[in-house]
Structures are given as C-alpha cells and as structure tokens.
Design a protein around this ligand. Structure first.
Ligand SMILES: Cc1cc2nc3c(=O)[nH]c(=O)nc-3n(C[C@H](O)[C@H](O)[C@H](O)COP(=O)(O)OP(=O)(O)OC[C@H]3O[C@@H](n4cnc5c(N)ncnc54)[C@H](O)[C@@H]3O)c2cc1C
Length: 479
C-alpha cells in the first residue's frame, strides 16, 4: 500500500470536513486523513468499521466487561492480506494495535482506546488431516469449534476449559486444559504457524524454518506479530471420559486442602482438576471440576481416592464425552461481566500456602471472590524449560484470586478483594501464566514469568518487532 505523508494543518481541516466521529487520531496526535482511511477500507477484502457504523458497537465488545474501549478503527480481516494491510497501516500511522482472536483476554488486551483493532474473528476456518493427525487452524477459531472438528475424527490436543476461548490467544500464551497433563500445553503441539511481522512480511515458521519464531510463539504470547494460521499435531483420544463437578463443604478448609494436596501430588497424567473455592449464600464450598481421560477402570480407581478427601456434598462426576466436558463450565464465565484476577505459579500446595489463603478468606468474606488451584504438571513438566518460551515447567499449579462484578458499583470492591489477598500470597509464587495477566501486573513480574528465556525472547522480538508495535500483551521489550 502507498504510504502517505502527514501535513498537520491541512489534515485537521480535511478531517473536519469529513465529519468522522470520533476524530481518528494517531499516536503523534495527528488526525488521520479520511483519504487514508478510505484507501485502507478499499484495500481490505473484509470490512473496516468506524464508530458511526451500526456494527461497530458490537464489534468492539470483549468478553471482560471491565473494558469498554473505543478503537478508532476496527479491521475485520478476511484473510492474511487484510492482516498485512492493517499492520502496515497501523505502523505507518503510528497507531496502537490490539489483536483480537476469541476476545477472552482477562486484562483487556484485545481492545484499545483509539488505535486499530485487528479483528480476526471472521478468519475461522479449520481443516483436520486425519492421516497426518494434524489440524490447520485460522486465528478466529474458538476451542469448541476445534474440539468438535478434531473429535469427529477421534483426535484432539490440549485446549482450554471454556469453549468460547480463542485457540490463538490461548496457544500463544501456553494453553493448559483437561488434556495438558497427557499431551503437554497447547503450544507444545503447535508445529507451524504463519505470522505477519511488524514490517508486514508473512513469515512461515516450523521446526525446520524460522524455528526461532516457533520457539518464541510457544508461550511468548502475541509479542511477535499477528498469527494468521496455526498447525497442531493431534493425538488419538477416546471420545468418552469421566468428568464433572465434585463438591465438598469448606467448613474445615485446612484439612480439606491438605488432603487434596496429598492426593493430587500423586495423581496420574490422566487426571486434571481445578479446585475452586466458591462463595455461596450459606458459606464457601469447594467445587472441583474434574476430568479423567483414562480407561473406565483407571478412572474409577483414581476418582475413588479423590472422593475420599472429604465428604462430598454433590458428586456429578460421570461418564461424558470430551466435547461435552469441554463446554460444561461455560455458563460460569458469562461475557460482559467484570473480571479481575491475580495469579501465580506454585510448585506444590504447601501448608504455608494453605494457611495464608485460608487466613485471607476468613478475613475477607467478599461474596464475589473465587480462589482456585489449577493443576499443571504431568507432560507439561517433562518439557525442558528452555525448549519453548514457556519457562515455568515445574509449576504444579496456578493459584488464582478472581473478583467478579455485574454492577459497576462493585468493581472496586471485587478488584480490591483480589489485590489484597494477593499481597500475602504472591511471596509463595514464582512468575505467572501470561494468559492470566492482571492489567496492573508489573514488568518485574513479567520478567520473572519468562525467567532465563527472557534474553532470547528479547532478541527474537528485536528481529520481528524492533519498535514494539505489538505491545498489548505480557510485553517483551526488543533487545
Ligand atoms: C473464561 C476463561 C477461561 C479460560 N480458561 C483457560 C484455560 O482453561 N486454559 C488456558 O490456558 N487459558 C485459559 N484462559 C486464558 C486464555 O488462554 C487467554 O485469555 C487467551 O488470551 C484467550 O485467547 P483469545 O484468542 O480468546 O483472546 P483475545 O482476547 O482475542 O486475545 C488475547 C491476546 O492474545 C494475543 N493474540 C490472540 N490471537 C492472536 C493472534 N492471532 N496473533 C497474535 N496474537 C494474538 C494478543 O496479544 C491478544 O491481545 C481462559 C480465559 C477465560 C476468559
């Protein structure tokens, strides 16, 4: 695309004449020329949405209702060429770029105030090759689509636990889920990708080609460009598994957590558990989201041990298809609600972690706060920390405090609930999962997260994005 130069005085009168609302302003404060915007619109196979267009308001909404931002332009890309044009336009006009796949970013990274939103939701094709056991996926595909398409052929690889989440964002940050203890993170099964880098080139990466980039994409997030296709290695998986909700009273929290910690330390790779401590009108409960992907006999044997950590109030763990389990908790995470989380990796659930958490829960009985332990380990831990960008392979769990709200008036209280608890819990953690970043997480925490991989990531960042055009992420400054 032809690059146009700016002339500030001429621009403001042109923009005023064009009556574009709100004004399209680039990072340097210059008003974008309507002709430039029209050129971009004409060059796209997809649509360019401006604030005055009817679709704009629904297109700018993201899953986390805490973020109500208004991009100056939304490029609804239809293909890789559209992405190239959008990246080039943003770079030439110094516009902030937000990238949107499934729109499920906790810290609101897939939207921006002003700037250009590169919206990939309509690039949602998926092709499964049963013979090669691979899946080629466009970046607007969400987990439910992926799981249905692959399971139709008896195949799967690790994806996350809520089916509307985007495959792209999840995989680039790592990607744990019901199968991650068997097959590793989603990024461990990523074998190739196409990326539009900051200079507008389409770079293909695989183990044999530009492999530094593939290494960085496996856990380095959206730092290196816009990924326009992802190829995964798939695995044969039985359709029927055992899973569902197992609920215990939380009246003796320390005893329950200690029993869980003992049990889970010896769990097989077939078992995946998310242990949520959830407030109810009658006090807290422990709600365990369980999936066992082994044989019926193995599942029954291992789940019998899990059931014994307390006296279950509710036991809905039963045979279910993998696809059904993959959407079984969607209803608990509605779009549009406000969410704020703090999280970090822990190796094991130690008595000190239990005491700190229970002390905080006792002191802060806010009715909308959920604490969780998400199990990692297994195949995740068998990959060397420097084999991919995802460093914290030895983490046994992620510990999270999530505050939620439906009314804006509760936003501050919920956020504070999560933040204050984190002040005492953070010393027990080391780094965090980049896809669970909080909007106010410090650069110091980001550095700890990438660990000794950071220097190599910064060098790769310099190669593919030397001016840090892609900065809405757990950001890596170019070396
Ligand atoms: C309800 C819920 C449940 C979750 N459960 C899990 C879980 O079980 N396991 C897990 O691992 N994670 C989980 N997550 C975290 C999830 O992986 C991240 O929020 C992830 O970023 C979502 O991806 P997305 O494409 O939907 O997000 P988006 O908001 O669309 O994107 C988030 C960011 O990812 C980057 N990105 C996305 N697509 C691209 C692309 N094509 N090219 C370059 N960069 C890109 C960009 O930086 C973008 O800002 C969950 C999140 C939510 C909200």
């Amino acid at each position: 695309m032809r690059r146009r130069s700016f002339c500030l005085s001429a621009l403001s009168s042109l923009a005023a004449a064009a009556a574009i609302r709100p004004r399209l302003v680039d990072a340097a404060g210059s008003v974008l020329r309507p002709t430039d915007v029209e050129d971009l619109r004409a060059s796209l196979a997809g649509r360019l949405l401006l604030p005055e267009q009817p679709e704009y308001d629904s297109a700018r909404k993201v899953w986390n209702g805490a973020f109500d931002r208004k991009p100056a332009l939304i490029a609804r890309c239809s293909n890789t060429n559209d992405v190239v044009r959008a990246v080039t336009f943003a770079r030439d006009h110094q516009l902030l770029i937000a990238i949107r796949g499934g729109g499920h970013s906790f810290p609101g990274h897939s939207t921006c105030e002003g700037g250009l939103l590169i919206d990939l939701t309509e690039m949602d094709g998926i092709r499964v090759d049963a013979k090669a056991r691979t899946a080629l996926v466009q970046p607007g595909v969400v987990l439910g689509q992926f799981d249905r398409a692959t399971q139709a052929l008896g195949l799967a690889t690790t994806m996350g636990t809520v089916s509307q989440t985007g495959v792209g964002g999840l995989t680039l940050g790592g990607g744990f889920g019901r199968l991650s203890r068997r097959f590793g993170l989603a990024c461990d099964s990523l074998i190739a990708a196409d990326v539009v880098s900051a200079d507008g080139r389409v770079v293909t990466t695989s183990v044999g080609e530009n492999s530094d980039l593939l290494w960085a994409l496996r856990g380095g997030g959206g730092n290196f460009g816009v990924v326009t296709s992802l190829e995964f290695q798939l695995h044969t998986v039985a359709a029927e598994m055992h899973g569902g909700l197992l609920v215990f009273p939380f009246t003796e929290p320390r005893a329950l957590l200690r029993a869980y910690a003992d049990f889970i330390a010896g769990a097989s790779d077939d078992l995946f558990v998310m242990f949520d401590i959830v407030p109810t009108p009658n006090g807290r409960i422990a709600a365990l989201e369980v999936c066992h992907s082994g044989s019926k006999a193995a599942a029954e044997r291992e789940l019998a041990g899990l059931r014994k950590i307390g006296k279950p109030l509710q036991d809905a763990v039963a045979p279910a298809t993998y696809v059904a389990l993959q959407s079984s908790i969607d209803k608990d995470y509605p779009a549009g609600r406000g969410y704020y989380l703090k999280s970090g990796f822990i190796r094991t659930i130690t008595p000190a972690v239990i005491d700190t958490l229970v002390d905080y829960l006792d002191a802060a009985p806010w009715h909308r706060g959920v604490a969780s332990f998400i199990q990692h380990g297994g195949a995740i831990a068998r990959v060397k920390p420097d084999a991919t960008a995802y460093w914290h392979r030895d983490a046994g769990h992620t510990l999270l405090l999530v505050g939620t709200w439906d009314e804006a008036a509760d936003a501050e209280r919920s956020t504070q609930w999560s933040r204050s608890g984190w002040a005492s819990l953070e010393p027990h953690t080391d780094g965090f999962y980049v896809n669970f970043m909080a909007p106010d997480d410090s650069q110091r925490r980001v550095l700890r997260t990438y660990g000794p991989n950071h220097a190599r990531l910064a060098a790769i960042k310099k190669k593919y994005d030397p001016t840090n055009l892609f900065k809405l992420n757990a950001n890596i400054a170019p070396a």
